[in-house]
Design a protein around this ligand. Structure first.
Ligand SMILES: NC(=O)c1ccc[n+]([C@@H]2O[C@H](COP(=O)([O-])OP(=O)(O)OC[C@H]3O[C@@H](n4cnc5c(N)ncnc54)[C@H](OP(=O)(O)O)[C@@H]3O)[C@@H](O)[C@H]2O)c1
Length: 342
């Protein structure tokens, strides 16, 4: 079968399609899935650079945290799906391939109203956004939120969920095209940070009070200035550091990376009664599958009730994975970027 195997770290040009052995059912709980689409996450860009820890330590593994497909075969103990079912797979790796064999705990029923492409675009971004908003920030209707990188995959998911939860949403992005996209998503304040200072925009929007909640994924100066936008009793959820340019073989990147790591003055937080939380979906993938399933079902109910569909920016054929990574890194992408496998 064809698959994208990461056997060398580096630029997008290291990503090549390869023929590898088709996986088979090895355990009674295994499910064999014929993959149709696979979502690309920023995490895979970091994995390609060797700075993402939720993938196998040894190179030579198949990339791809998530995807959708059709069940082709099931082990004798599998109870949550059957042959022919459309499903979503979320596993952390192995999904950029024609076939995946995984334990049934990594398999979720596809959302019936979604096309298979939309199912592949759903889980990583929407689960992260949902847990960040609902379980970590514990948002309430009427609160204000600032979403950094709002036009991206996680950003658009967060914007759509936050709007449906009754929040007033401000989102940042870098181009007029992506501003229009945010306006189409009904964002209350779309900020083009290439043209205006987002901190000032937030102060004006909130009459200098700051926002109740922030979803931050950029790090460095953006984290620092975002934190200054947090109101008393506000919660900032850190989910990533997209600005990181770490290369362990290049000492020139070590100090800039160290400086990007978010730091806060706890005493000033005490004075304002604020919270900083951090969430990574890898935690759920690692050891909390039962919890993840419950969250997943709750989230699916929510998006069906509110008629929310993932926004797909572009679909690349599997063999153009390098171009897909380049596109995401160019920061021109919006919404979720997918690979079409079949
Ligand atoms: N914690 C978790 O479980 C979890 C899950 C999913 C994603 N994430 C994190 O969330 C972030 C977004 O992920 P995604 O997959 O949804 O990607 P994405 O948002 O589709 O792409 C990244 C976007 O970030 C913005 N950005 C701002 N400053 C940047 C910089 N210095 N370098 C690169 N991009 C920058 C760019 O949009 P603008 O030009 O519009 O600003 C860019 O398009 C990543 O940090 C990722 O690791 C975390």
């Amino acid at each position: 079968m064809k698959a994208i195997v990461l056997d060398k770290l580096g630029s997008p040009s290291v990503l090549k399609i390869r023929d590898v052995q088709k996986p088979s059912i090895a355990n009674p709980n295994d499910v064999l899935i014929r993959m149709k689409f696979s979502g690309i996450n920023y995490a895979e860009i970091l994995a390609r650079k060797g700075i993402y820890k939720w993938v196998p330590k040894k190179k030579g593994f198949i990339l791809g945290m998530e995807g959708s497909g059709i069940v082709e075969e099931v082990g004798r103990n599998v109870s949550n799906c059957k042959i022919g079912d459309p499903v979503i797979v979320v596993r952390g790796y192995s999904c950029h391939a024609e076939y995946v064999t995984v334990d049934e705990k990594y398999v979720f029923p596809a959302i019936p109203e979604y096309a298979l492409a939309q199912n592949a675009a759903f889980c990583g971004s929407f689960m992260t956004a949902y847990i960040a908003l609902k379980k970590m920030a514990r948002v309430e209707a009427g609160e204000t939120i600032l979403v950094q990188a709002a036009a991206g995959a996680l950003g658009t998911a967060t914007v759509m969920l936050a709007k449906a939860m009754g929040l007033k949403v401000a989102g940042t992005t870098s181009t007029p095209k992506k501003i229009t996209l945010l306006e189409n998503l009904d964002v209350d304040l779309a900020i083009n940070y290439s043209q205006e200072n987002f901190r000032e925009a937030i102060f004006n929007w909130t009459s200098k009070n700051g926002v109740n909640v922030i979803l931050e994924s950029v790090g460095g100066k953006v984290f620092k200035e975002s934190f200054q936008c947090l109101s008393p009793m506000g919660r900032l959820i850190l989910v990533g550091i997209s600005s990181v340019r770490f290369n362990k073989w290049n000492p020139l990147t070590w100090w800039p990376t160290y400086k990007l790591i978010p730091r806060v003055n706890l005493l000033s937080m005490l004075g304002k009664s604020q919270g900083i939380l951090a969430f990574h979906i890898g935690r759920l993938l690692d050891d909390k599958y039962t919890e993840m399933k419950e969250e997943y079902l709750e989230l699916v109910k929510f998006v069906r009730e509110h008629t929310i569909f993932p926004l797909i920016g572009k679909i690349f054929p599997l063999d153009q994975i390098g171009d897909a990574h380049k596109f995401i890194e160019s920061r021109k992408s919006f919404g979720k970027i997918l690979l079409q496998i079949d």
